[in-house]
Structure formats: structure tokens, C-alpha cells
Ligand binder design. Structure first.
Ligand SMILES: N[C@@H](CCC(=O)N[C@@H](CS)C(=O)NCC(=O)O)C(=O)O
Length: 326
């Protein structure tokens, strides 16, 4: 493997070269998506691949694009709020989540599983080879296998699981509460997730901080790990500038703070959007923010907005992960 040199873009390309050498075929790169929150944004962001034939550059983007976020640190809040208890008869027997540890959509599904205390196993997918999901026609994560049934797309997964689980929840939400929950779940998928990448890759130190976590927690080979950190961080730094344009974000931090304040306004004095307990919108906002909470952007967000109190309540309510370690 080549030595990583830290001087500017040349170093990035050298690092990317190393990644290219670590994987076997150019086809793999072409398959890898630039991180996006929808297939539409994926296809639009293909411009970069299409304009750069250099393999090393593509590989940097493949790594950078495949995983985006860091993960949460554990809660320091008191256990005042509790998980939703489920009778054992509604709990699936065998749940396996194919994921990238740092993916916001995967973390959304995990927040749901953790809150309802549904035990699940994790298969960490290598974002370059994706060999762990070769068996599936769906090429993104999360993929959730529930007693042998494949479920894909985070919101669809939660839509499928929640009716099985929520009939057992004692108090039925009103139509108005249902509509509110739906509206804010949509806001997470269509607005909030788009603000995250420009924030965590805002400058070189934040991009490196993000990739430090990603490369140390994701499923990378040794070679990929060393090179991906620098190549990926640099690549995502540039991508995040493009994403800002695409989503019309002028100041990413202001946009993040504004989103956090918008969410607190939506709570309108309630502990959770769901009232005394989190609903699916609370879980979605919490899930996508969890990976960034203890990065610089997340710390800034908590320091400069009113979201911290709600976030701590969510940490407390969601509690320990229900993941089964194999
Ligand atoms: N709408 C999907 C989006 C899933 C998604 O874009 N996942 C990213 C990872 S964060 C992905 O798998 N991208 C394709 C790739 O890595 O090749 C969802 O909510 O689950």
C-alpha cells in the first residue's frame, strides 16, 4: 500500500489510489452510490462520477459516499422516560439489520427497534464490495430481515413493522396526532437528512472527524480503512458543497440550528411530539440525529438551540440498544 501524504489534493488522490487497489473491479465502483437520501438525489449527483473518469477519484467517492455519519455516544440522562413495553407475542423471533453503522436511515430503523425493545442482529455491510447484501436485488441499506421477510427503505420498514407492534400500545392516537406524526416523518426524510452531510463535512477538520469514526466503526479492510479516511473526507468535503447548492443551503450551521428550532417549536411544550411518549416522528428525528450528536456539528447544535432537553429525553426513552451481539 502507498504511504499517505498529507499535502492537499495530491494526497487525496494517492490515498484514493490505495483504495482503488484494494478492491477488485471498476464495476464495483460504478455500483456505489454517492450518499443520498433518495434515489433522485443519487442520480443527480452522478454528475461527479460521469465527469471524472479517473479511477482513484471514483474510489474516493465510493468510500465517502457509502457511509456518511458517525454514531451516538451513550446517554448520560437519567432513566426518567422508558421504552415502550411490548408483549412477547408481537415480537418477531428473528430480526437482522444489514446496515452501515453510520447511515442515518439505518439509525432511524435502529431507534425504532431499540425503543420497542425488539432484539436484532446486525450485519455490517462493506460499502465497497457490498458482498454481505449480494443476495438481495436492493443495493442500499438498511435492509431488514424479519422472520425471513425482506424489508427495505427505512420509512417503509417502520410502516410495515409498526402496525404489528402498535395494536398492543394501550392508547390509540387521534387522527390529528396521526397526521402530525406523518407530517414530521416526511420532514425528516425530505428536509432534515439533507442538512446533515453539509454539516459533518463542513470543513477539513470536521470531515476528518466524521471519517475517523466511519472508518473505525464500518466494515473496511485494513487497506481501505487507512486510505478511506483521507480520501473519503476530502471527497465528501467537496460533495457537501454540491449538496448545499442542490438543497439551497447557504449556511449549513444556520440551517441545522433552524431545523432544530423548528422541531422544538413543533413540540409546542410537549415532552415529545407524541405527547408523554415518543411517536414515530420523535424516533425518526432522534434516529437521524443520533449519528451526529457527538460530532462537532451535533455539539454545536445542542449548544446553540433548544433541542438538547428533548434529545436527552429521547436518549432516556430509547435506552439501551436491543441489539444481540453475536
Ligand atoms: N430512502 C432510503 C435511502 C437509503 C440510502 O440512501 N442508504 C444509503 C446509505 S446511508 C445507501 O445505501 N446508499 C447506496 C450505497 O451506499 O451504495 C431509506 O430511507 O432507507
Amino acid at each position: 500500500m502507498r504511504r499517505v501524504n498529507f499535502s492537499g489534493l495530491a494526497a487525496v488522490y494517492r490515498a484514493a489510489d490505495g483504495v482503488a487497489a484494494a478492491v477488485s473491479s471498476s464495476h464495483q465502483f460504478a455500483q456505489l452510490a454517492l450518499y443520498s437520501s433518495s434515489s433522485n438525489s443519487y442520480s443527480k449527483s452522478r454528475w461527479f462520477f460521469d465527469n471524472y473518469s479517473n479511477m482513484a477519484q471514483k474510489s474516493a467517492f465510493a468510500v465517502a459516499g457509502a457511509v456518511v455519519f458517525s454514531v451516538a455516544a451513550s446517554s448520560a440522562a437519567d432513566e426518567v422516560y422508558a421504552k415502550e413495553p411490548l408483549p412477547p407475542n408481537v415480537r418477531p423471533d428473528d430480526v437482522v439489520l444489514y446496515q452501515y453503522e453510520a447511515c442515518p436511515f439505518c439509525n432511524k430503523v435502529k431507534a425504532f427497534l431499540d425503543y420497542y425493545n425488539i432484539p436484532y442482529k446486525i450485519v455490517e455491510v462493506n460499502p465497497l464490495s457490498k458482498k454481505e447484501i449480494k443476495w438481495s436485488d436492493y443495493k442500499k441499506v438498511p435492509i431488514l430481515m424479519v422472520d425471513g421477510e425482506q424489508m427495505v427503505d427505512s420509512s417503509v420498514i417502520i410502516d410495515k413493522l409498526s402496525p404489528k407492534i402498535r395494536p398492543s400500545v394501550a392508547v390509540k392516537p387521534s387522527q390529528e396526532a396521526d397526521d402530525e406524526e406523518k407530517k414530521w416523518r416526511g420532514w425528516v426524510d425530505n428536509h432534515l437528512v439533507h442538512i446533515l452531510s453539509p454539516n459533518i463535512y463542513r470543513n477539513t477538520s470536521e470531515a476528518l472527524e466524521s471519517f475517523e469514526y466511519i472508518t473505525s466503526h464500518g466494515n473496511f479492510s485494513f487497506t481501505e480503512r487507512i486510505t478511506a479516511k483521507y480520501a473519503g473526507a476530502a471527497a465528501m468535503y467537496f460533495v457537501s458543497k454540491k449538496l448545499k447548492k442542490k438543497y439551497d443551503i447557504t449556511d449549513e450551521r444556520s440551517a441545522l440550528y433552524e431545523a432544530a428550532e423548528t422541531w422544538v417549536d413543533a413540540l409546542n411544550g410537549r415532552d415529545f411530539l407524541g405527547g408523554a411518549k415518543p411517536n414515530l416522528a420523535d424516533l425518526a428525528v432522534f434516529g437521524v440525529l443520533r449519528p451526529i450528536r457527538y460530532l462537532k456539528s451535533g455539539k454545536d447544535m445542542v449548544e446553540h438551540t433548544r433541542i438538547g432537553a428533548w434529545y436527552s429525553r429521547m436518549e432516556s426513552a430509547v435506552g439501551e440498544s436491543s441489539r444481540i451481539k453475536s
